[in-house]
Design a protein around this ligand. Structure first.
Ligand code: GUN
Length: 302
């Protein structure tokens, strides 16, 4: 058997089209557009590429975007001041500070300074708490929320299925579990979270109807660790040396793609799987934040 390829590029394209239509409807009938600010500290090439893709994608659906680049040695207080300015800026509805930050900046201080209503990453403790309490209106982290959307739109509703998440990061693993446990659309799953200290990982991953792998290490999941017919979502993006390519490297996920493809029922490719869904979800969160902020402002005026 060869698995169905779950194309994030295609599904994200459909989602972005819907978002573009909604943004255009707001612009033409109400005369405003959602605004997203991205903040890049330092010059990590991968982070720069991600932030560039996020801004381009925003522009393509009609969202106003502003990228702020700061040097790697920017003082924490200056970054906090910038966030405060964006919190108060009526043209900006979503704020994203690209992670990781340089070592001298306390990540938690920055994430906690972002106004929760503008926290389109869903990383503020208030939003983390709301998500784990089951709130369905919360801004949820883009990668796990994008994975849920990818599953739903391709006929793999997690409701009632056993989902095994490998990885316990704050960006993917933990919010992934919270989303899948939530009641209602995209949730209602039975969830197991495994991680680097899980003995006999294969014994756990073989239980999965849906297996989501987010550890940042190539080849973590091989064919014999997957139950035949399972749906496999590969969140990893790893550079491996490859002298045959122009850049000298190629991108692979955390899953041994060829080995797992022969066993699984469906699998996401890398690139072209989860990544495009993360970006489309960021745009969707920005629109959601903008609508909620506008409704709040109108409530105060009226
Ligand atoms: N770094 C890696 N993934 C993410 C993400 O989803 N948001 C932010 N802000 N930084 C990241």
């Amino acid at each position: 058997m060869s698995a169905e390829i779950l194309s994030g590029t295609e599904t994200a394209g459909a989602l972005r089209k819907e978002l573009a239509a909604r943004v255009e409807a707001i612009r033409s009938s109400q005369g405003w557009v959602p605004g997203l600010a991205t903040v890049l500290v330092g010059d990590d090439p991968a982070s720069r590429a991600y932030v560039g893709m996020k801004n381009r994608a925003a522009g393509e659906v009609g969202i106003h975007s502003r990228q702020i680049d700061l040097p790697a040695d920017v003082p924490e207080a200056e970054l906090l001041g910038l966030v405060e300015g964006l919190n108060a800026d009526p043209e900006i509805h979503g704020i994203l500070v690209q992670l990781p930050l340089p070592g001298h900046i306390r990540e938690s201080r920055i994430l906690e300074a972002i106004r929760p209503e503008k926290d389109v990453d869903g990383f503020h403790p208030v939003n983390v708490g709301r998500l784990s309490s089951g709130d369905r209106d919360v801004l949820a982290p883009c990668t796990p929320a994008g994975i849920v959307e990818l599953l739903l739109r391709n006929g793999h509703d997690p409701s009632g299925r056993h989902v095994v998440v490998v990885g316990r990061s704050n960006i993917v693993g933990k919010p992934m579990a919270s989303l899948l446990l939530r009641k209602g659309r995209g949730g209602d799953a039975t969830v197991t979270v495994a991680h680097s200290r899980t003995p006999d990982l294969g014994a756990v991953t073989r239980l999965a109807d849906i297996l989501i792998v987010a550890v940042g290490w190539p080849g973590t999941v091989t064919g014999e660790m997957v139950r035949p017919g399972a749906v496999v979502v590969d969140v990893g993006v790893n550079r491996v040396d490859d002298a045959s390519t122009e850049k000298g490297y190629r991108l692979v996920g955390d899953v041994d793609f060829e080995g797992v493809r022969a066993v699984a029922g469906a699998i996401t490719p890398v690139p072209g799987g989860v990544g495009p869904m993360t970006i489309a979800t960021l745009l969707s969160n920005t629109l959601q934040a903008a609508m909620a902020l506008r409704a709040m402002d109108e409530g105060m005026q009226g």
